[in-house]
Design a protein around this ligand. Structure first.
Ligand SMILES: Nc1ncnc2c1ncn2[C@@H]1O[C@H](COP(=O)(O)OP(=O)(O)OP(=O)(O)O)[C@@H](O)[C@H]1O
Length: 361
């Protein structure tokens, strides 16, 4: 396994007459030895490009890739000792499950006893022990993809295992189980895993740290809590959470902020640079407050959805909509009511030029 360091950018077709059209904007990033990471973002944001640069399937148009300090930028996946699992199963139908799992080890001339032991362990972890002697041809797409996952994980000497949306073909129920299983396997085998997905639940359940990407830019790398509590960019606020963070234009003034011309007081001491800001608050951190408490914003309830465990209110504040998640224990307000939405201080974030403004407290 290896510490992986990227200091690079990539353009597929650099155009010398204009600025290069970057699929990956200049970035510096490290993946620690033994960590579980996810690259998360919408279609076309550059996830696969980054993964292919890490694996060696793609050479970046500028910069370097280092494994444990060694420059591997021009080395192949084999030279880098990378295992990869793709969206669709890559297995040999004529071989048995055991032979498929053993294949990467045989290729490396691993002793027979060790192959047996390692294949047995991986099969057990992925609940494939009962099918080891079955021919892969007769198995379902789910089972075949499990074998692909097993082949990716079977070697203990790899620098990293890279997964590109590996659960796409998997049935939703099994997907949930496999996600947890992968996390458990990571815990036991301590391999460096990097996992590409556009599904935030998948990324957040699997990874210790998630790299959120948007339009070729890695906008934040952090734990699930970092991304939820302190999105570094408004994109992360929108993208993470269901629904995402609410944003309101505001004006930072001495001693507080103005929203819709209304002063809003915070109990903790905020010292924001004065001027226009965007206020960000997650639906989970809005409560029903009292009129005139100086900490709440009046809004009109536009919609109430009963989600079972909670109510989701859509409240209108002038031209803006604020989503508010309320516990199901109390009766929710009715559509058309005026409510006073109280913002929980510690969970309120401020943005300037879409970037988080850190509080000087
Ligand atoms: N071989 C290629 N040649 C030219 N442009 C490419 C090539 N592969 C990807 N791109 C472009 O680079 C950008 C990033 O693509 P990439 O496949 O890395 O995104 P992604 O986040 O993995 O998307 P998806 O989730 O749809 O796979 C996109 O604009 C894409 O059109």
């Amino acid at each position: 396994m290896a510490l992986i360091e990227l200091d690079l950018a990539h353009a597929y077709a650099p155009d010398p007459r204009t600025d290069e059209d970057y699929a990956l904007l200049p970035l510096k990033m490290a993946f620690r030895d033994g960590g579980a990471y996810a690259l998360l973002g919408p279609s076309g944001c550059g996830k696969t490009t980054m993964l292919n640069i890490i694996s060696g399937l793609l050479v970046p148009s500028q910069g370097t890739v280092r494994f444990d300090g060694r420059d591997v930028t021009r080395e192949s996946p084999q030279q880098r000792n990378i295992a990869q699992v793709f969206q669709f199963p890559v297995i040999y139908d004529t071989m048995t499950v055991a032979q498929n799992l053993a294949f990467p080890l045989r290729n490396r001339k691993v002793p027979q006893a060790e192959i047996r032991q390692r294949v047995g362990r991986i099969a057990e972890m992925l609940e494939l022990s009962g099918q080891l002697d079955h021919r892969a041809a007769g198995l379902s797409a789910d089972q075949k993809q499990k074998i692909s996952l097993g082949r990716g994980l079977v070697r203990s000497d790899v620098s990293a295992v890279l997964f590109d949306e590996p659960l796409t073909v998997i049935d939703p129920h099994l997907k949930w189980q496999l996600r947890r299983k992968l996390k458990q396997i990571h815990h036991e085998l301590k391999l460096t895993l990097i996992y590409v997905t556009h599904d935030q639940v998948e990324a957040l359940t699997f990874a210790d740290e998630v790299v959120v990407m948007s339009r070729g830019r890695a906008v934040q790398k952090g734990t699930a809590a970092d991304l939820f509590e302190r999105p570094a960019h408004t994109f992360v606020g929108h993208f993470i959470g269901s629904p995402g963070m609410n944003f309101l234009p505001a004006q930072a003034v001495r001693g507080g902020v103005l929203v819709n011309e209304q002063p809003l007081a915070f109990q903790d001491e905020r010292r924001l640079p004065e001027g226009p800001v965007k206020l960000g608050i997650r639906p989970e951190y809005l409560r029903l407050g009292e009129p005139g408490d100086g900490r709440s914003l009046p809004a009109r309830v536009g919609r109430v959805q009963d989600i079972g465990t909670h109510f989701l209110l859509s409240c209108e504040l002038g031209p803006h909509t604020l989503k508010c998640r309320l516990g199901a224990e109390a009766a929710p307000p009715a559509v058309g009511d005026t409510v006073h939405l109280r913002l929980l201080d510690a969970h309120t974030c401020f943005y300037r030029d879409e970037q988080l403004v850190e509080n000087a407290t």
